[in-house]
Write a protein that binds this ligand. Structure first.
Ligand SMILES: [Zn+2]
Length: 81
């Protein structure tokens, strides 16, 4: 019984040290806690004509409203395929 306990303890310690080693390697997928996301987040805005959300940088403006495409800006939303 003691042998089984020592064997379980040994494998537990090996498992734990391997987990620490995997997170400390450079390029490991685990990000450090509290890290900021590296990609900038762009807000989505609803089109004033069709209501579909698009990135703010791709919107077209007219009279204070924002539209997703030239057709929506003219007030003629494209037909769904
Ligand atoms: Zn639209």
């Amino acid at each position: 019984m003691t042998r089984f306990f020592l064997l379980a303890l040994f494998f537990g310690l090996v498992w734990r040290s391997l987990g620490r080693l995997a997170t400390s390697l450079p390029g490991s997928p685990a990000a450090p806690r509290g890290a900021e996301p590296t990609t900038p987040v762009e807000s989505l805005i609803a089109c004033g004509c069709c209501g579909v959300y698009h990135p703010a940088s791709r919107m077209l403006g007219r009279g204070g409203d924002l539209f997703c495409s030239e057709a929506c800006r003219r007030g003629e939303p494209a037909e769904a395929p």
